[in-house]
Design a protein around this ligand. Structure first.
Ligand code: C5P
Length: 406
């Protein structure tokens, strides 16, 4: 997809520099050629030799390089690239770029170029939130420069958390692919059904049983899958979110309606069941509003079990999708409960997360998940729900293409 694209990767001094070795590898796997420029600070984190070995090219660190300057090295470096990627971009390098400083090779290349630039910032959350950095980022955006990340999560420094982590290498790859016309559609030709939001189970015409699911995670997954080229049907309970662009959204209220809509969307290659489906519903739906009758006390609410949509799809006799992904929102014994669900419901992966009120996951924007599979558990850092979605979709695309290849 990135066949013969020339990428100039500028690495500045941050702990995340080591992740860019993987970034180079991923880009080269996709057919891109990658040339690396490192700032002096970057070489304190990763050696130029490592980048040289992975990129298969010499690494550039000096503005006044005896071998290159006769050939105007910095100008040639920027001219010979289709895209310049700065990852990790420190607060210092952003400040230099925003102010047009050019006192080392990296900043000089960036000032001397009219090639498009994509920046993946990485810094301490306080530095990212500082008004000076905010001004610099706004200036750079105004100059037409694109950004990917930073994400929220744990920092390398112990006890530090917040927004400032560099976007993951695969997210940077996706942003680079999107830059080149979105040619990369890893899920094109795939059909996917996603559930999202709560279900609402009527007690009478005005009352219902529901839960606190916002639908943010499920909607983000549907949007990411559509962006990755999938033909997506999103079956959503009542939420206050807009229908994601490019997604066929079916609005339902109850678990039974949700099941019916999901079954109608089959066959599909992938099912991601992110809805918080009510386990029970009132046994009888009263067609007239229930009245308070003086002296007779509160009515008894009898509940019956709802269909389990994930289990129905995961064990579907004829139309089981090739990849069935469920969620497990737990307040205790996360892995044990998630593993139990994996087996019981016939899912391939369970995305497990802790929804204890103190985590703020329910209704919040960030999510810390663990991916539970039959062969082990993968811990992900705290990410925005969009980033969880992007990573999940990238994993789904990879799993499908691996399955195709085997
Ligand atoms: O059993 P529990 O509700 O914790 O399981 C969560 C997973 O099962 C989620 O993927 C959810 O969407 C799905 N589920 C379902 N139908 C139900 C209950 C849960 O699809 N009735």
């Amino acid at each position: 997809m990135l066949q013969s694209r020339r990428i100039l990767l500028i690495v500045s001094g941050g702990v995340a520099a080591y992740k860019c070795l993987d970034l180079v590898r991923r880009l080269r796997e996709r057919g891109a050629s990658v040339r690396v420029v490192m700032t002096a600070a970057a070489t304190q984190f990763v050696t130029p030799m490592s980048f040289g070995a992975i990129s298969g090219d010499r690494v550039f660190t000096d503005l006044f390089d005896r071998d290159d300057e006769h050939d105007i090295g910095h100008i040639r470096l920027s001219r010979e690239a289709d895209l310049i990627v700065v990852a990790p971009a420190t607060a210092d390098l952003l400040a230099k770029m925003a102010n047009g400083l050019a006192n080392d090779l990296a900043s000089t290349v960036l000032l001397a170029t009219d090639t498009p630039v994509l920046i993946a910032p990485a810094m301490n959350p306080k530095m990212w939130a500082h008004p000076a950095t905010e001004r610099n980022v706004a200036t750079l955006r105004g100059d037409g420069i694109s950004f990917i990340g930073p994400a929220a999560g744990e920092m390398a420094e112990t006890g530090e958390a917040g927004t400032g982590r560099m976007a993951e290498p695969m997210e940077i790859v996706a942003a680079i692919e999107a830059h080149f016309g979105g040619a990369a559609k890893p899920l094109s030709g795939r059909k996917m059904v996603v559930t999202s939001g709560p279900t609402v189970e009527p007690i009478d015409p005005v009352r219902f049983l529901a839960n606190r699911s916002s639908g943010k995670q499920g909607h983000a997954i549907a949007a990411a899958a559509a962006a990755a080229g999938a033909d997506v049907t999103l079956v959503s309970g009542p939420v206050s979110l807009a229908d994601p662009a490019g997604v066929n959204t079916v609005h339902v209220e109850t678990a039974r309606q949700m099941l019916e809509a999901v079954e109608a969307a089959l066959p599909a290659d992938v099912a991601v069941m992110a809805a918080a489906v009510a386990d029970w519903r009132p046994a009888t739906e009263v067609t007239a509003k229930m009245k308070k009758t003086p002296g007779s006390g509160p009515p008894a609410l009898t509940l019956v079990e709802n269909p389990d949509i994930l289990a129905t799809i995961g064990r579907h006799a004829s139309l089981r999708p090739r990849l069935v992904v469920g969620f497990a929102a737990e307040t205790n014994d996360l892995i044990a409960n998630a593993t139990g669900k994996l087996t019981r419901k016939g899912a391939d992966w369970i995305v497990a997360n802790d929804v204890s009120p103190s985590t703020g996951v329910m209704g919040g924007d960030a999510n810390t998940v663990r991916i539970v599979r039959q062969n082990g558990v993968e811990d992900w850092p705290t990410l925005s729900k969009e980033d969880v979605a992007a990573r999940l979709v990238a994993g789904i695309a990879e799993a499908l293409s691996k399955a195709d290849a085997s």
